[in-house]
Design a protein around this ligand. Structure first.
Ligand code: ADP
Ligand code: MG
Length: 418
């Protein structure tokens, strides 16, 4: 099961916020400005992880095969509005060519005569990458003049960069107002999967929210208690909840100033009929290092000199026992300090159980978040989830119930363009 076919897997196509997809698009001979996310990890001028580029291939190939001139637009890192030669997209354009198996051109500027020269020379089916949009201050300022300069290069705008669509920048929002705008295949897949998980999910829905801090996920927790039937809280953020309830959490990572907030979330959950599952046991250690001696204790018996670094086996077993009643699972945040063994155990065990239920067609499972993706890759189940979002911040904002400007503008375009 590929990550790009969520609607095939579920046997029904869910209406997403964006109605204009590549299905509706005639592009032969047209100049298509494609906002992609080429912000890939690079070391010594070499791309170290090709995943993001590989996931762009379906959209680029489809546009190119239909005869479009595909002009790829992206930011890279944070040059802060200045030209920083080390942050050029040139090596990434090259890597994209390799992944695509086709030549990919490159323009040394994303607007102006240099960009126009490259675009004018393109034939139908050609692909070219324009230089880093963030070399211009107008990108992050969403300057209308800069957006207009981008729009002048093309006839049609396609956004395939869900991962940057929580930012109202010129290349994600401004330009979409100036050209007929469409969602690319990756954007479409992401929106379809997320709509399925949160918009109109098969119930009961369970969310697993874990990770290090309550403070970074406050809006997420608050939104989810009103939407899901079961909320599992794990990771270090569970310590804050346990401490708020009066448990002594020893030296565990927790946020003392958020006890009242934690209790408020529990109260809201109760009012809304959301069943909260907190750890009943935890894995503790006296020091935080790989393969140190550990102990499993009940949450009432955390020693004063120890810290909880993972949720315990009884907690995981209790949740796994409830899996058969659940139809949809949304997962953000590792259950323990998974980067250090053996504190990856609970995450791995739950990941396997969820992957198995997904394999058997019993649940729809959607995950996302920077560390969550790493943890599920380490657990070896990333291809067995229904959908795993690599969108990081945009995925979290979607889960928080926020409107993403780069997505909203695609739907709004429908009424503007008629
Ligand atoms: P994501 O990036 O998927 O949104 P977070 O950044 O919120 O996830 O959380 C992941 C981090 O939480 C990891 O670095 C992990 O080590 C840490 N973490 C989880 N549980 C614990 C714990 N009990 N003690 C310390 N750190 C923890
Ligand atoms: Mg993180």
């Amino acid at each position: 099961m590929g990550l790009l076919e969520p609607d095939v897997r579920y046997g029904r196509v869910v209406r997403v916020a964006v109605s204009q997809t590549l299905d509706d698009l005639k592009v032969a001979g047209q100049r298509v400005l494609l906002r992609a996310d080429l912000n890939v990890p690079v070391r010594d001028g070499k791309v170290t992880d090709l995943t993001r580029l590989e996931r762009l291939v379906p959209t680029i190939r489809e546009l190119s095969d239909k005869g479009a001139r595909v002009i790829v637009l992206s930011h890279f890192d944070r040059p802060k509005g200045k030209i920083v030669p080390e942050l050029s997209l040139r090596p990434i354009a090259q890597a994209l060519g390799v992944v695509l198996g086709r030549p990919v051109g490159f323009a040394e500027d994303c607007i102006g005569p240099e960009a126009a020269r490259i675009v004018d020379a393109m034939q139908g089916g050609d692909v070219a990458v324009l230089e880093n949009t963030r070399f211009h201050p107008g990108e992050e300022e969403n300057d209308p003049a800069f957006a207009k300069a981008l729009a002048q290069l093309a006839d049609i705008y396609v956004n395939d960069a869900f991962s940057v669509s929580h930012r109202a920048h010129a290349s994600t929002e401004g330009v979409a107002k100036l050209l007929p705008s469409y969602a690319g295949r990756l954007m479409q897949a992401e929106l379809t999967a997320l709509e399925q998980a949160l918009g109109n999910p098969a119930r009961p829905v369970a969310a697993i929210v874990a990770g290090s801090k309550v403070s970074t996920k406050l809006e997420l927790l608050t939104n989810l208690v009103g939407k899901v039937d079961i909320l599992v809280i794990g990771g270090a953020m569970a310590n804050t909840f346990l401490a708020a309830q009066g448990h002594d959490v020893g030296k565990s990572l927790q946020e003392k100033d958020l006890h009242a907030t934690a209790l408020q979330i529990l109260k809201t959950a109760k009012e809304k009929g959301c069943d909260i599952i907190l750890p009943q046991d935890v894995v503790v250690a006296k020091t935080f290092a790989a393969n140190v001696p550990t102990e499993v204790v009940g949450v009432d018996a955390i020693p004063a000199d120890s810290m909880a670094l993972d949720v315990g086996p009884a907690t995981v077993a209790a949740f796994i026992k409830r899996l058969p009643e659940i139809k949809t699972i949304i997962w953000n945040g590792p259950l323990g300090a998974f980067e250090t063994k053996p504190f990856d155990a609970a995450t791995n065990e739950l990941a396997e159980a969820i992957a198995k239920a997904t394999d058997e067609g019993k649940i729809v499972s959607v995950g996302g978040g920077g560390d969550t993706v790493s943890a599920l890759k380490l657990a070896g189940v990333h291809h067995r989830m229904s959908y795993l979002s690599s969108a990081g911040g945009a995925f979290l904002e979607w889960m928080e119930g926020k409107i993403l400007p780069g997505v909203e503008v695609l739907s709004a375009g429908l009424s503007n363009m008629g």
